[in-house]
Structure formats: C-alpha cells, structure tokens
Write a protein that binds this ligand. Structure first.
Ligand SMILES: [Zn+2]
Length: 202
C-alpha cells in the first residue's frame, strides 16, 4: 500500500509540503471540490488550502444546503463572484476597477472537469444569485497535463492565483502559490517514461 503525506495528500515521495508557504490576502477564496478530485495525484486545490489563510475547500456536488458555504455567502462585507463562464460573466480584471470602498471580494472556484463543474453549477442553486467572472489575465496553464479538461485550461491553483492577482496585483507573496505547483509538475514529468512528456504535453 502506498502511503501518502498526511498534510498535502501526495504520495510521500511526491510530498510538496517543503515548498508550501503561507500567503496572506485580503481576498477570500472558497474552492468547491467535486468528490472525484479529492484524491487525484495532480490535484492542486490542497495547495490553496494549505497556503492561504483565507481559503476553504468544501467537497461535494450540490452545495445548495452546504452550511459552511451559506454562512460565507451571508457575510455582508464580502462581494462574492463565482469563477464560471456564464453569459453575464465579468472579466476578472474589471472587478478591481469597479470595487467599492471597504467591500472585500471573495471568489468561488469550482474544482472539477468541465462536465463536473457544469453539474456542480447546475445543482448548487445558491450560486445562481451570485455574480460570475472569468479569468482574462491567465496565461495558458503552465503544463497541459490534463489536456484542458479544466475550465479555462488552467489548474485550480493557477485559477486561484490569477483571480487573486487580479484583485491584489501588488501582493508579491502570491507568487509563492505556484512554487509547490511547479514542483508537483516536475515530479509528475519525472515519473513519465522517457519521451512521453515531450510527445504529449509540449
Ligand atoms: Zn506533504
């Protein structure tokens, strides 16, 4: 039986804990994670969870009656946006410009393949009243290990990074979020037989 790191959830030889640094933000993040993502070797929601002080990861598919989510949504000091490409979605880079006074922004990320994220969105009725936004500041995913099965072609940690970066462009600590991600990718590449990475992912 393979043993996994208790903290990051990766196989022990793939542990990314040494590269995880605490990152402080004003912006809140909630990751709604589909159950099928929880034990993925290349899952990245845990990086956000471990690094960010203001981050919650909630696991499920229909979050309509999720107490933790509904409690967060009830906060009056946060304006929530779901990172989801609905017809009325605002580009994330436009949010800061329209930001008002003391209000903080909170992002809700759906962690799942396109299909799963769509289902989560459909089922979670409490999300429908919220504004939506899309990433317009993201470069293509650093490595396309999942072949664009994710929204906007970036991993969950990258999506979180770009969303936070749009609101807090001067928060240089955010860059630390991508370090354990890079390490994880390097490990995955190292596990592939020679030539597989070059052939499929570049
Ligand atoms: Zn670890």
């Amino acid at each position: 039986m393979r043993s996994n790191c208790q903290r990051c959830g990766k196989a022990e030889k793939a542990c990314i804990c040494p590269w995880i640094q605490s990152v402080d933000t004003k912006t809140e993040l909630i990751v709604l994670q589909h159950p099928s993502e929880v034990n993925r070797a290349i899952g990245t929601a845990r990086i956000l969870d471990l690094a960010l002080a203001r981050c919650q990861v909630l696991v499920g598919e229909d979050f309509s009656d999720d107490a933790a989510l509904n409690q967060a949504l009830a906060r009056r000091d946060i304006r929530w946006f779901v990172l989801y490409p609905s017809e009325t979605a605002t580009p994330v880079s436009a949010l800061r410009a329209s930001g008002e006074s003391d209000e903080n922004i909170g992002f809700i990320l759906l962690d799942g393949t396109w299909k799963k994220a769509y289902k989560m969105w459909q089922l979670s009725r409490n999300l429908h009243a919220l504004a939506t936004c899309t990433l317009d500041n993201a470069e293509d995913g650093r490595y396309q290990i999942r072949k664009s099965s994710k929204q906007s072609g970036v991993s969950t940690v990258e999506a979180g990074f770009y969303a936070l970066k749009a609101i807090e462009p001067n928060n240089s600590a955010l860059n630390a979020l991508l370090v354990p991600f890079e390490q994880m990718i390097q490990f995955q590449i190292a596990q592939m037989p020679a030539g597989v990475f070059e052939k499929n992912y570049q």
